[in-house]
Write a protein that binds this ligand. Sequence first.
Ligand code: PLP
Length: 396
Amino acid sequence: MMHVYADNAATTAMSQVAIDAMTPYFNKIYGNPSSLHSVGQEAKEALDAARATVAACLGCEPREIIFTSGGSEADNQAILSAAAYGKKKNKTHIITTAFEHHAVLHTLQKLEKEGFTVTYLDVSKGHNITAQQVKDAIREDTCLVTTMYANNEIGSVLPISEIGAVCKEAGVTFHTDAVQAVGHLRIHVKEQNIDMLSLSGHKFHGPKGVGALYVRRGLPLVNVIEGGAQERGKRAGTENLPAICGMAAAMKDACDHMDENMSRVAAMRDRLIEGLSRIPHSALNGDPVNRLPGNVSFCFEGIEGESLLLLLDMKGVCASSGSACTSGSLDPSHVLLAIGRVHDVAHGSLRLSLSEYNTQEEVDHILQVVPEVVAYLRNMSPVWRDLQDGKREYIL
Ligand SMILES: *Cc1c(COP(=O)(O)O)cnc(C)c1O
């Protein structure tokens, strides 16, 4: 049976490039970069080189990069830093979107309990936001705008350059959770007026448990992890050098081959979207135009996403419904609710996320099994029978 991994927004397989880049740092160049002796200094050189590589991919200076344990930590540190700095100046208003990752949303909820006010921009129109919405929401006391670069569930790519320009003009710090965008879209933090940016190694064929925060020079940071003087004193703990070097290699590889990889991935995405749109009473989630190259997200009326996933898995397709964290809970994804899907429809969601490791044959397989499984589940569904009998009205 064919096995298709179509859950690359949850995590990716590591590339051989990344594995090869990590290997020497386990037992050959194993020093602690803080040690003054030659073994430590060799490790320090590798750390500096990785920092320079990551900075070059983002268009910033190496000293503006802080290595973290991943995207979640980078999001936490960016938001808590801007909030702490804002509070000192009596600015306690933050702007975000309703469809952020929980690493952002839960950090903001914590700040709300401490007295901050958060504006959650509506994403129901076009499954995206506009820079005008950001502009209209900015107040005298706004200390931070934090919007994701691209949505992990529905693939919408936000107008980051325009939002950056709005924030720059208003003098408000702009952070973006770019975990889904780095390695997949061209990013230049200076040209796009981004003040802070979070990224994560395992979303672009690098290792898990490592990420980075870009922070524009001069912006103050608070520590999430206290202890040593690593990372300019802003993130304590002995650096995970193998992971950092693996992530840097994966990032360079992704940036070097971005155009060819992404046009191939986007072509597979478009075939899937076209094919799955033919399923009756279905709807594409996310911005149809400004969209991640690998994201395909649908709602199918009259079925449960969980059953769909289990049956697809049996037929060799690993996919997701909404975010990995919502699987197993009864609440539908906050992202699907935020774009205006009602509960019943949001439950019947499917996310396929592709990478350059996927093939046209795999797309053929998906296009064969998804319509079969949807039809099979609808046949067993009392909700679907009511819809067919006219006892309920179709929403999609
Ligand atoms: C995966 C993801 C994160 C979390 O990154 P980790 O490295 O797994 O902590 C944050 N934001 C978005 C948009 C993501 O897709």
